[in-house]
Design a protein. Structure first.
Length: 167
């Protein structure tokens, strides 16, 4: 089984925190309203210009900081195709999977992309390709179990289906 997503790249550096992804001052709002402020401190036009299936490509420690699950949820709400980073904060990585947002660890990914490049990511094989330049990298793929959770829309929708089947 192959799971490939294509989209344009939004590039970020190292240590992008969950507070930058989902600013704390908007935490009282619902995810739709919060998503209008996603990443505004570092890319003020991101929330208005990001398109479904666009990718975030980042350096090291993406999603560091608090365990704010809204950081994954607002990206999912914006229909981001996925996040490919050199490394992730562990809890952010898990929150993304739980929210149904694909994430892939890919060392040196920042070296092959610039903002606006087109990307193709195969989460099941770990193959990352820059469609603009032709550069490619291969990394460890997501497991079948993680892909299954993401394909079902996250952990809550998956559990709803499981519990409905057991009734």
């Amino acid at each position: 089984m192959s799971w490939v997503v294509k989209g344009n790249v939004w590039k970020f550096g190292d240590n992008v925190s969950t507070d930058l992804i989902a600013p704390g001052r908007y935490v009282i709002l619902d995810y739709e309203q919060q998503s209008n402020h996603t990443l505004e401190a570092i890319k003020p036009d991101f929330a208005q210009k990001v398109k479904p299936h666009d990718f975030l490509v980042a350096g090291r420690n993406f999603g560091c900081g608090s365990s704010r699950e809204a950081a994954a949820q607002v990206l999912r709400h914006k229909k981001v195709g996925g996040v490919v980073a050199e490394s992730f904060a562990r809890i952010f990585f898990r929150n993304c999977i739980a929210a149904g947002l694909p994430v892939l660890v890919c060392p040196k990914v920042s070296n092959i992309f610039e903002e606006g490049h087109a990307a193709e990511v195969d989460f099941s094989s770990g193959h990352v390709r820059n469609l603009t330049t032709g550069a490619e990298l291969t990394t460890l793929p997501l497991s079948k179990e993680i892909i299954s959770v993401i394909e079902q829309g996250g952990i809550v929708p998956m559990l709803r289906v499981m519990f409905a089947k057991s009734e």
